[in-house]
Design a binder for this molecule. Structure first.
Ligand code: 6CS
Length: 280
């Protein structure tokens, strides 16, 4: 009896000891994702950054880069959830996603809230307007200075903040849930302009094929932004592993092969850094 207890006692101690050395505290997110078999990514469904086809297939430059990198890290699948830009960081922090791969542009306030990879997709900003740009918009300040003019933008998105910072009153910056809604609102005259990055507006314009629309690009005075994959604070080891593979793909030309058919420039992403973008 005593022996059994002793053996049980010894087994219990051995188990505790192994727990102490390599228990959950030591496991990092990469191991968790390998065990999970997939990475949960947040996207916006805004082509060409991110896209979900009618059959559910996820594509777009950001998920395609992420899928390849995770595969190299031993995680074969990505599972995407569509989110509004303004909800991506809270969702990441709440553990709803493992990473944001959506064209979430690096800005100081976002860099303080998450852990970004090195740059992936860079783009300037654009305005979708009526043919002939009747109110002569070239900048967000022009919209601010045009009596009663309204601009649509994604909730919690970069364009919303640029318009507000340029002095467009809150009630003239209209939160628009997605590209198709923004397009229709301009076509119907419910907003005077709809703002997204240049490649996103161009994609909408191409698909709409509407001669009564025009594009103002780039928006004068708005910076060129770049995104990165955004990880939760505490997942620096996963971010670092991601960056190692991203750097290899940039070096080998595989990075360019993925993003340039979508219209993005690999050189633009390779010419800057997280450090620069997070301090702008
Ligand atoms: O990072 C952002 O907030 C912006 N990024 C994209 C790709 N589209 C709109 C959004 O506001």
């Amino acid at each position: 009896m005593k022996m059994k207890t002793t053996i049980a006692g010894a087994a219990g101690l051995a188990m505790l000891a192994s727990f102490a050395v390599s228990g959950p505290a030591m496991a990092d997110k990469l191991e968790d994702l390998k065990a999970q078999g997939f990475a949960r990514v947040a996207i916006a469904n805004e082509p060409p950054f991110t896209a979900v086809a009618a059959d559910g297939k996820v594509s777009g430059a950001a998920p395609d880069v992420a899928r390849e990198i995770f595969k190299r890290l031993g995680i074969d699948e990505i599972v995407a959830s569509i989110s509004e830009y303004g909800a991506m960081i809270p969702g990441l922090q709440a553990g709803r996603f493992d990473v944001v791969t959506a064209g979430l542009f690096m800005k100081p306030e976002r860099c303080a809230a998450v852990v970004y990879s090195e740059p992936v997709l860079c783009d300037a900003e654009a305005l979708l307007v009526k043919k002939g740009n009747p109110k002569g918009f070239q900048s967000y300040a022009d919209i601010a200075n045009s009596e009663g003019a309204t601009v649509g933008a994604p909730g919690g998105g970069t364009e919303e903040k640029l318009a507000l910072d340029a002095g467009v009153p809150r009630d003239r910056v209209i939160v628009v849930p997605d590209g198709q809604s923004g397009l229709k609102m301009v076509q119907d005259g419910r907003i005077d302009a709809y703002s997204l990055p240049v490649l996103s507006i161009n994609d909408l314009m191409m698909k709409a094929n509407d001669p009564n629309l025009a594009v103002v690009a780039p928006v004068v005075g708005a910076p060129v932004y770049c995104d990165g994959a955004a990880f939760k604070k505490g997942d620096e080891a996963l971010r670092d592993a991601y960056d190692v593979e991203l750097a290899k793909m940039k070096e080998s030309g595989e990075f360019a092969k993925i993003i340039e058919p979508y219209g993005f420039s690999a050189a633009a992403a390779m010419s800057t850094s997280r450090e620069k973008l997070c301090s702008q």
